[in-house]
Design a protein around this ligand. Structure first.
Ligand SMILES: Cc1ncc(COP(=O)(O)O)c(C=O)c1O
Length: 443
C-alpha cells in the first residue's frame, strides 16, 4: 500500500473517529498508526512494517494478536450461541467460567457478577458494597477510600475513586467525594506511614465507609508504582478490624500478569477471610478478543441481597452481561493457565530481567523495577536534559525501532504479551535502549 493510501486512512480516521485518551488537535501532528493486521506480538501496518506490541494494546492481549486457539473457541461459540440475555436464562460458558474462577479462590469468592468493561466492574463493586451494607441496616456506610495516584476507570463512579489528575480534574465537580490516602509506592519507602494513614482514617470514619479499593501490587496508570504483598495483608486486617469492604481491582494485574493468576495470591491467603471482599477482572481475561468484566464476591455480600423483596436484590444489568462469546474466550484463556501458563511466564519474566539488567547502570534512568510480566523504569530528572512531551516523543521514536510503546509521564514500561522468548527479550531491550539514546540526553 502506498504512502498516499496510508495517509488517506489517517485523514479519514481523524475526521470520523474520536480517538480515546487523545487531544484531537494534537493528533493532527501525531496521527494514529493505521494497523492492517496482528500476528502474535506483532502489529503490522498496510505497508508491511511491523511493531512489537510492548504494552499488549492497553494490557489486554495476553497471547498477542489473532491467537488461533482463542479464535477457534470464539468461532465455535459463534456457531452455537452468540448471545442470550443472562436475566432469566443461563448458559454453559458463563457457568463454567464462574465455577472455574471461584475454584481459583478456593471458593472464597463464590459469586460472580458480569460487567462489560473495567469501569463497569468498578461501578458494580461500589454499588454492591454500598447496597449490601444498606440491606444489613447500615445505610450510613456510603463513602469510599482509594489510594493516591490510584486508577479505576473513567465513568463517573469509577472516576470518583481515581486519583489521576489528567483524567479526573475536568469532571471533579460531578464526582462523589472519596477519601484518598497515601500509596505504599516502593519508590517512596513509606509502607508503614501509608498503613498508619489508612488506620487513622478507618478508625475515624469506619461507620461511614463502605469500602477501600486498591490495585494490588502495581498501580498501573500511576506509572507502574509497585509495592509488596505485606501492605495488602495489613490492609486486609485493617478492613476486617473496622468492618469495611476491601475491593481488589485486578483489572490490570490479574490473569498472571504479576506472577500468580490473581495478584492477591501473593499474600498467601490461608483462609477465606484472607481474601478481599470483591475481586475484579477484565482486560486480559478474554485475551484481547471480547469486552468482558467480572466481579467476584463472598457469600456474606451475596447473602445480604437474599430476600423475597425485589428491591433488596441487585437490579443492575448491562445488555451484554455474560455474553457467551466473551465467556468462551475467557474459558479458553483459563485453559492456558490450567496448562502451565504461570510456569511459562516465570521463564519469560526471567528473560526480560536478564535482557534489561544492563539498563540499571544507565545514569539517565532510575527505579528499574519488575513484577512478573511488568517491567518499568523512570527517566531520572536529575541527570537528564528535560524533554518536552517526553511520552509522545518516545512513542514516535520507538516506532522507528519496530516497537509500539506508550510511556506514562516519565515512566517507560513494558507489559508485553506472554510470548517472550530469549530473542524477543533481547530485541525489546535493544529497541528501548536505541530509543532512549535518541530521545534522552545526559544533563
Ligand atoms: C486498574 C484498572 N481498573 C479499571 C480500569 C478501567 O478499565 P476499562 O478501561 O476497561 O474501563 C483500568 C484500565 O486501565 C485499570 O487499569
Amino acid at each position: 500500500m502506498s504512502e498516499a493510501v496510508r495517509q488517506d486512512w489517517q485523514r479519514r480516521s481523524l475526521a470520523a473517529v474520536w480517538h480515546p485518551c487523545t487531544q484531537m488537535a494534537r493528533a493532527q501532528d501525531v496521527p494514529p498508526l493505521p494497523i492492517a493486521r496482528g500476528e502474535g506480538p506483532w502489529l503490522i501496518d498496510h505497508q508491511g512494517r511491523r511493531y512489537f506490541d510492548a504494552n499488549s494494546s492497553w494490557w489486554v492481549n495476553l497471547f498477542g494478536h489473532a491467537d488461533p486457539g482463542l479464535n477457534d473457541a470464539i468461532k465455535r461459540q459463534l456457531d452455537t450461541l452468540p448471545h442470550v440475555m443472562l436475566a432469566g436464562c443461563t448458559h454453559e460458558p458463563a457457568v463454567r467460567l464462574a465455577e472455574r474462577l471461584s475454584a481459583r479462590t478456593g471458593g472464597a469468592l463464590g459469586h460472580l457478577f458480569f460487567g462489560s468493561d473495567g469501569a463497569s466492574a468498578v461501578e458494580i463493586a461500589l454499588k454492591q458494597s454500598f447496597h449490601s451494607w444498606r440491606n444489613r441496616g447500615r445505610a450510613d456506610k456510603r463513602e469510599f477510600v482509594c489510594l493516591r495516584n490510584g486508577y479505576h476507570g473513567e465513568t463517573i463512579g469509577a472516576l470518583a475513586v481515581t486519583d489521576v489528575a489528567i483524567f479526573r480534574d475536568a469532571y471533579d465537580p460531578l464526582l462523589m467525594r472519596s477519601h484518598i490516602v497515601a500509596s505504599p509506592d516502593q519508590r517512596l519507602g513509606n509502607e508503614a506511614q501509608a498503613l498508619n494513614e489508612m488506620r487513622a482514617l478507618l478508625a475515624e470514619r469506619h461507620e461511614h465507609i463502605a469500602a477501600v479499593i486498591v490495585e494490588p501490587l502495581v498501580q498501573g496508570a500511576a506509572g507502574m508504582s509497585m509495592y509488596g504483598p505485606s501492605y495488602l495483608k495489613a490492609l486486609r486486617a485493617l478492613c476486617t478490624e473496622f468492618e469495611v469492604h476491601l475491593i481488589a481491582d485486578e483489572i490490570a494485574v490479574g490473569c498472571g500478569r504479576t506472577g500468580t493468576f490473581f495478584a492477591w495470591e501473593q499474600t498467601v491467603p490461608a483462609t477465606k477471610a484472607d481474601w478481599p471482599d470483591f475481586l475484579l477482572l477484565s482486560k486480559g481475561i478474554t485475551g484481547g478478543t471480547m469486552a468482558l468484566s467480572l466481579v467476584l464476591t463472598t457469600d456474606e455480600v451475596y447473602q445480604a441481597f437474599w430476600s423475597q423483596d425485589v428491591t433488596r436484590g441487585f437490579l443492575h444489568s448491562h445488555s451484554y452481561t455474560g455474553n457467551p462469546l466473551a465467556c468462551a474466550a475467557a474459558n479458553a484463556v483459563l485453559d492456558r493457565f490450567d496448562a502451565g501458563q504461570l510456569e511459562r511466564n516465570q521463564q519469560q519474566a526471567a528473560w526480560l530481567a536478564e535482557a534489561f539488567a544492563p539498563l540499571a547502570a544507565d545514569p539517565r534512568i532510575t527505579h528499574l523495577r519488575q513484577r512478573g510480566m511488568i517491567l518499568a523504569f523512570d527517566i531520572n530528572p536529575a541527570t537528564t536534559v528535560p524533554v518536552e512531551r517526553f511520552a509522545e516523543k518516545f512513542h514516535l521514536a520507538a516506532r522507528r525501532h519496530e516497537l509500539l510503546i506508550r510511556p506514562i509521564g516519565q515512566t517507560v514500561y513494558l507489559m508485553p504479551p506472554y510470548l517472550i522468548d530469549e530473542a524477543a527479550a533481547k530485541f525489546l531491550a535493544a529497541a528501548v535502549a536505541a530509543t532512549l539514546e535518541e530521545v534522552v540526553h545526559a544533563a
